[in-house]
Write a protein that binds this ligand. Structure first.
Ligand SMILES: Cc1ncc(COP(=O)(O)O)c(C=O)c1O
Length: 362
């Protein structure tokens, strides 16, 4: 059975603490998965509805309008220059792309994929699906003389909220270029900088305007609360994007036409994206001091959608302690062995639920 070669689906291990949290008299405050809860902006819903008559197949490359909107939004929002619409490829949510990227690239036994020491688990899943070796490393010196096929970056990080500075990103890009290593930068939290300013790997300050060997992966799930739409894209090196397109055409990995239209509306409108950012900022401003005064230490967390918190004990004990208070969070061990004494607290709950959590921590 193929699934036997994959890790236990981590969220399945939370059934007992979920039941405990649900039993709280004030109801559960779910800060575990990080699923967006705020309504989809009307401008996006209208675009979806207007495109709902879609009898024909979409193209794998997506509409020209979508790819042009991506190029414009990345320049406006993040200062990324030099992209062309041809180098943009829509994906059915970025988890799909990440789970399949090593396979789509033709990697396999004999290849190595490098993932951050604390990382979104799907990087590892994608490597396992392709049968590559996996190395967990946050610095190039940890890699020694070995030459991997693919390095993942994720800044701001899920789960830690750590931001990689321009100097660090430049070093990785230069190191990878000298060795012909592909860098895939997962940038789904790029717009959520709080105490630090995240920068794209495609920003000219990082890559000097040369996108060779670089991919940036962007999701609309969090920026526009579109997780239910499954909407993301990958862009960067035109040759690599072209190769992904060629394989994905055969595999039927197409984003539905109405979703593409909704993505255009989301990418063209910065107002709802800024509103969403403000909501997360407010929730962070409520939860962060509440955790600190409840005796937690919060590490990193200078950006992104999560607080990386510890009580200096095994993470499952902290998860259970919070579940007794009706608050569900993710154990840090989901993200790598170095997370064994942390929990990840998502900022994705309604203001009402966040207020409940703050009261319970008080
Ligand atoms: C770091 C990171 N990458 C990718 C994803 C996948 O997002 P989606 O598949 O909704 O685009 C997530 C979702 O939480 C994430 O945290």
């Amino acid at each position: 059975m193929r699934s036997a070669s994959l890790p236990v689906f981590p969220w399945d291990t939370l059934a007992e603490v979920t039941a405990t949290a649900r039993a709280h008299e004030g109801g559960i405050v779910d800060l575990s998965v990080g699923t967006p809860v705020d309504a989809v902006a009307p401008v996006i819903r209208d675009a979806l509805a207007a495109a709902s008559s879609a009898p024909g197949y979409p193209t794998t490359h997506g509409t020209a309008a979508l790819r042009e909107s991506v190029v414009a939004a990345l320049q406006r929002r993040y200062g990324i220059t030099g992209l062309t619409p041809a180098a943009v490829l829509p994906v059915i949510g970025t988890k799909e792309l990440i789970a399949w990227l090593p396979t789509l690239l033709g990697l396999g036994a004999g290849d190595t994929v490098v993932v951050p020491e604390l990382a979104y688990p799907t990087y590892e899943v994608g490597a396992l699906m392709a049968g590559t070796a996996i190395v967990r490393a946050d610095s190039l010196t940890q890699l020694g003389p070995s030459v991997p096929a693919l390095i993942y970056l994720n800044s701001p990080s899920n789960p830690t909220g750590k931001v990689l500075g321009v100097d660090h990103l430049r070093k990785v890009v230069q190191w990878a270029r000298e060795r012909g290593v592909l860098v895939a930068s997962d940038e789904c939290y790029l717009g959520l900088g709080w105490d630090a300013a995240p920068v794209s790997v495609l920003h000219p300050d990082v890559c000097d305007g040369d996108h060779t060997g670089l991919l940036a992966v962007h999701s609309l799930s969090k920026t526009s609360s579109l997780a239910g739409y499954r909407a993301g894209f990958v862009t960067g090196d035109p040759a690599v994007v072209g190769e992904l397109l060629a394989v994905r055409k055969h595999a039927g990995m197409m984003v539905p036409t109405p979703i593409q239209a909704a993505m255009v509306a989301a990418l063209d409108d910065d107002a709802h994206e800024q509103d969403q950012r403000q909501r997360y900022a407010r929730r962070r401003e409520a939860l962060l001091p509440a955790l600190l005064s409840a005796g937690f230490t919060v590490d990193h967390s200078e950006a992104g959608l999560y607080l990386w918190a510890t009580r200096g004990e095994p993470c499952r004990e902290t998860v259970a302690w919070l579940a007794q208070r009706g608050i569900l969070v993710a154990p840090g061990e989901f993200y790598g062995p170095r997370g064994a004494s942390h929990v990840r607290v998502a900022l994705t709950a309604t203001d009402e639920r966040v207020t409940a959590a703050v009261q319970r921590l008080g």
